[in-house]
Design a protein around this ligand. Structure first.
Ligand code: NAD
Length: 475
């Protein structure tokens, strides 16, 4: 099977012959290929997006909302097949894939509702014969780059946000996981989104981003991925004066005070850390635990990590699947070796499992020195670091030490402590005493090197709108 491109309302294998290989990360077996877009295909997508923008930006918000709601219904109807495709190509357990696919409809519905709420405002003028108005208008055709870790969750936010605002979009979805992206785009197609409004391409990421971002047709760039790539695309966008939304990496602190229910919070920490094999931008990485409960928490956390059932994501009861590709295995081995060499204690895991598929053990490192790479670079895999703190201010200083600022977690029964942590930690998102991030109606995004702009929430649609001020003297 060859996964295809969607350009100007038609599915095509493109004008070239280059193909990417699709692998099942649970077996390492080749399971298909994906057509790569060539320059001619990208030019066709640009022309289509330009024409699509003219049509869609003039379609009423009411009608756009109606079509989006239909797409949401279709996404729900096809969630089962979308989930299976996610697990087959990305590896996460089917239960997690079902949650991701199942929430696509909710994200589209949220943006369908937002489409009808792009209110402007009237500003009192200095003379009675003048009207001053602020209008929000769609920014133009969007280039959207989404990654493989949540191949539907990240893509759906970008497409639905752009469409709700009245923009057209060229989405470059991940080459590793194209099938679910294709199934999602089919939902927009069948819902009646006009030709050219949604376009889907795959290929060599650097070629596509260079071509699209430098095109005068593209007015907005939305990227989710690593900090170095975000920095590069941000610079390119700035050079061409394109607006950007950048959702980049994180290195979330998970601060546990000495007054919590140790078993419950350790259990939640294990579930959050090893979800999607740790390949989550908001994944907790630095577990900072207060002295009095450090040993008990570490024991509970390590035993939770040891008890996880790791295997093929499509098998019943599996809690953690493989990492998405072989290069993540090399990265994990490098992080562990470096940390142990620098004096960290390896409490469990640390190695690849078997030699079929891309499985890595749930790994816990304790008492890790700040000089270790894993304390500074996003592991983006199943590695947790558990270190201790005494004073809350020290935990805040450690949380803020890194240039990342995406997500943070804090646990205490004392509100004076959670309040201090909430105010003290530099982060785009914070979840206190539970996990509560990434709902369609709440903003998702980071600060500092983790990027800028939010997806979701009422902020999400703003990313795709420009501000027009009109001052009218009555005739
Ligand atoms: P990578 O840096 O090569 O790629 C990250 C993502 O960016 C991929 O989706 C890739 O297709 C895309 N990309 C790479 N170069 C690009 C370019 N020039 N133009 C457009 N897109 C480009 O790393 P990887 O091995 O695929 O993923 C691992 C790293 O990526 C991790 O360290 C993690 O920090 C980051 N990542 C972050 C997220 C997130 O949700 N923020 C998602 C996936 C990956």
């Amino acid at each position: 099977m060859t996964a295809s491109l969607f350009i100007n309302g038609k599915w095509t294998e493109g004008t070239g012959t280059r193909r990417g290989k699709l692998l099942n990360p649970s077996t390492g077996a080749e399971i298909g290929e994906v057509a790569f877009a060539e320059k001619a295909d990208l030019n066709a997508a640009l022309t289509a997006a330009e024409a699509g923008f003219r049509v869609w930006s003039q379609t009423s918000a009411y009608e756009r909302s109606r079509i989006l709601r239909k797409a949401a219904d279709l996404a729900r109807q096809h969630a089962g097949a979308i989930a299976e495709a996610i697990t087959r190509e990305q590896g996460k357990p089917l239960a997690e894939a079902r949650m991701e696919a199942g929430s696509a409809g909710d994200h589209i519905d949220w943006y369908a509702e937002e489409a009808r709420r792009t209110y402007g405002r009237v500003i009192p003028a200095r003379t009675p014969s003048t009207q001053q108005m602020v209008l929000f208008e769609p920014v133009g055709p969007v280039a959207a780059f989404s990654p493989w870790n949540f191949p539907i969750g990240q893509l759906v936010r970008k497409i639905a946000g752009a469409l709700a605002a009245g923009c057209s979009v060229i989405a470059k979805a991940p080459e590793e996981t194209p099938t679910c992206a294709i199934k999602l785009v089919e939902c927009f197609e069948r819902a009646g989104v006009p030709a050219g409004v949604v376009n889907l391409v795959f290929g060599v990421p650097s070629e596509i981003s260079e071509h699209l971002i430098t095109s005068p047709i593209i007015r907005k760039v939305s990227f989710t991925g690593s900090v170095p790539v975000g920095r590069h695309l941000g610079a390119l966008s700035a050079q061409h004066l394109k607006r950007t939304t950048m959702e980049l990496g994180g290195h979330a602190p998970f601060i546990v005070c000495d007054d919590v229910d140790i078993a419950a919070i350790a259990g939640l920490g294990v579930a959050l850390k090893f979800r999607n094999a740790g390949q989550v931008c908001a994944s907790p990485t630095r577990f900072l635990v207060q002295d009095g409960i450090y040993d008990a928490f570490l024991d509970a956390f390590v035993s939770g990590a040891k008890n996880l059932k790791v295997g093929d994501g499509s098998a019943e009861g599996v809690q953690m699947g493989p990492v998405a590709h072989a290069r993540r295995l090399d990265a994990m081995e490098g992080f562990v070796r470096d940390a142990v060499e620098k004096g960290a204690e390896l409490k469990t895991g640390g190695s690849r499992i078997g030699n079929e598929g891309f499985f890595f053990e749930p790994t816990v490192l304790a008492d890790v020195p700040l000089s270790a790479r894993v304390m500074n670079e996003e592991p983006f895999g199943p590695i947790a670091v558990v270190n201790r703190f005494n004073d809350l201010e020290d935990a805040i200083a450690e949380a803020n030490r890194l240039p990342y600022g995406l997500a943070a977690f804090a646990f205490s029964k004392r509100t004076d402590r959670t309040d201090r942590l909430m105010r003290g930690i530099e982060t785009g998102m914070m979840s206190i005493n539970h996990f509560g991030l990434a709902a369609p109606e709440t903003p998702f995004g980071g600060i500092k090197d983790s990027g800028h702009g939010s997806e979701g929430g009422s902020e999400g649609i703003q990313a795709y709108l420009t501000t027009k001020f009109v001052s009218q003297l009555n005739a």
